[in-house]
Ligand binder design. Structure first.
Ligand SMILES: [Cu+2]
Length: 340
């Protein structure tokens, strides 16, 4: 009994001190997601229990080495022959069992908590391949090699791999999920700290596995919206309304230098004015006439040598087919059409 009390006190004092010390150690990088909090809490609880067990086992061991060492005059003594201790055996089976079950219970709660869906979550598709990451925002129609996330909003990552198994891991977010070819996996993150982080592959996947890094930028909602807008350049004229198309045509006409030679108010210039051009009858240098419909405007822009308006020099630049996109041309036509 005397030994039990002594070793009990030693273990209580030493493990309290060790647990206190362990808690001051910054094991983890910054917590940059809401999911990191319950995970770190659970991690801390494990460390407490592990520290206690370490002190318990080693405390009893070291105490016994000193307390029960062979003393002078005991050179030929034989220790007592102890066979089993039912109470002790039940205790050291039941207590760890309850502890483990309790941690399983806590783990389930935390896992449910961090993987719960939210109604306004941002959807991002993640594709992993040897040895890079790419991200698609299906609702916004944006693709990116960097993962931009607005701070404070839950994001649902739907992931897959194009080749072998990789694993999406951002230490600052704590959570981790494999990407597997042929199936999709999901991971939810609610970034809570603005900043730049790295996603690293946590599944050995070949030569450049260690270099399989992607950039994650957690930014304010405004910055995120701006980034999306910059990325959301429409590529097809169908994606724009008539007004938007006309506005784009106006800015394109300025940017491409058309207005250096064409007026929009009927005043004379190097080339014919655009005012009232659409639908009008054009007299060509070869004496023919043609109605300025959409096809004619398109041809005049892309292939200005094909037809020349009577009374004007044939000097319009003929490389717009290379410098303007299909959308630019459609927008220019819409703009000319709007100048009645
Ligand atoms: Cu990988």
């Amino acid at each position: 009994m005397k030994h039990g009390i002594r070793v009990g006190v030693i273990i209580a004092v030493v493990s309290a001190a060790m647990i206190y010390w362990m808690r001051t150690i910054p094991w983890m990088p910054v917590q940059a997601a809401q999911e990191a909090r319950p995970i770190d809490w659970l991690f801390g609880l494990h460390i407490d229990v592990i520290t206690f067990l370490y002190v318990l086992v080693n405390g009893i061991l070291i105490y016994s080495i000193f307390a029960f060492r062979r003393k002078k005059g005991e050179e030929n003594a034989v220790g007592a022959n102890i066979h089993g201790n039912t109470k002790l055996e039940i205790a050291w089976t039941v207590i760890p069992l309850i502890t483990v079950l309790f941690f399983a219970y806590l783990g389930t709660i935390v896992l449910n908590d961090i993987s719960a869906a939210a109604s306004d979550e941002l959807e991002v598709n993640v594709t992993a391949r040897q040895w890079s990451w790419s991200f698609a925002y299906p609702e916004e129609g944006v693709n990116s090699t960097e993962l931009y996330l607005p701070v404070g909003r839950k994001v649902k990552l739907t992931m897959t791999s194009e080749d072998v198994i990789h694993s999406f891991w951002v230490p600052e977010f704590r959570v981790k999920m494999d990407t597997v070819p042929g199936i999709t996996t999901t991971l939810r993150i609610t970034p809570s700290e603005e900043g730049t982080y790295k996603v690293r592959c946590a599944e050995l996947c070949g030569t450049a596995h260690a270099a399989m890094l992607g950039t994650i930028r957690v930014v304010s909602q405004e910055e995120f919206d701006q980034w999306l807008q910059g990325k959301q350049q429409p590529t097809s004229p169908d994606e724009l309304s008539e007004e938007e198309l006309v506005a784009l045509g106006e800015s394109t006409a300025k940017a491409a230098g058309c207005l250096a030679c064409h007026s929009i108010d009927g005043s004379p210039s190097v080339g014919p004015t655009w005012k009232g051009l659409y639908g009008s009858e054009r007299e060509l240098a070869n004496g023919a006439t043609v109605v300025a419909d959409e096809d004619y405007l398109r041809e005049s822009i892309l292939d200005p040598r094909a037809k020349t308006v009577a009374g004007f020099p044939d000097i319009m630049p003929d490389n717009y087919g290379e410098t303007l996109s299909e959308l630019d041309v459609a927008a220019l036509i819409a703009y000319i059409r709007s100048l009645k």
